[in-house]
Design a protein around this ligand. Structure first.
Ligand code: GLN
Length: 193
């Protein structure tokens, strides 16, 4: 049994909870810093990264989240969550949690393509993962310790560095729970160590 939290400051929280719930996974809706102590892994949902950062500061989450990551506990960021995890954000001086050595570009798709769906090959996850993009970021570059898991055309849209997982799209908005299962497996493996 693993316990996985979903950071519930803003964004698509309930959808992630639904995707994670399983007989061997307990899901915790994380609203208070103390709850980080009871979980083995954390999902950072999509929403609006600037709003989320404001709430992270307001509720004193910044250092505790950095410590959670520094302890090697797995994190999975989707869309805005991926932006929170990026070491660098195009046009900004600093990243937020900066736990993955990658540079992201926010709102990377033009107006006509602000939102769209497609099927993607995601390494280790599946050949035909349904991917919903909503004002999504792109991953412009990754460091050498980062594994690219998926590309949309030439653009990187999912990456992993150790126990940290990020994707530009929203796996929580589909009935396909394979990406979440992949994360649960990372959490299980990290707990066994
Ligand atoms: N554009 C949003 C941001 O920059 C992310 C959008 C999303 O999470 N769907 O935070």
């Amino acid at each position: 049994m693993v316990k996985i939290g979903v950071l519930a400051l803003q964004g698509a929280v309930r959808e992630h909870v639904n995707c994670l719930e399983a007989p061997d996974t307990e899901v915790v809706v994380v609203k208070k810093v103390e709850q980080l102590e009871e979980i083995d892994g954390l999902v950072l949902p999509g929403g609006e990264s600037t709003t989320m950062r404001r709430l992270i500061n307001l509720y004193g989450f910044l250092e505790p989240l950095k410590e959670f990551a520094a302890a090697g506990k797995p994190m999975f960021g989707t869309c805005a969550g991926a932006i929170l995890m990026a070491g660098q954000i195009e046009g900004q001086d600093e990243g937020h949690l900066a736990v993955i050595d990658m540079k992201v570009l926010r709102n990377a798709f033009g107006r006509q393509r602000e939102s769209f769906e497609t099927d993607l090959h995601v390494a280790g996850v599946g050949e035909d993962i349904r991917a919903v993009f909503i004002r999504a970021p792109l991953i412009l570059e990754v460091g050498e310790d980062v594994q690219v898991l998926s590309k949309y055309g030439d653009e990187i849209v999912a990456a992993r560095q150790g126990n940290f997982l990020a994707c530009s799209f929203h796996p929580e908005l589909t009935d396909d729970h394979r990406f979440h299962q992949y994360f649960v497996q990372i959490v299980e493996e990290s707990k066994q160590k």
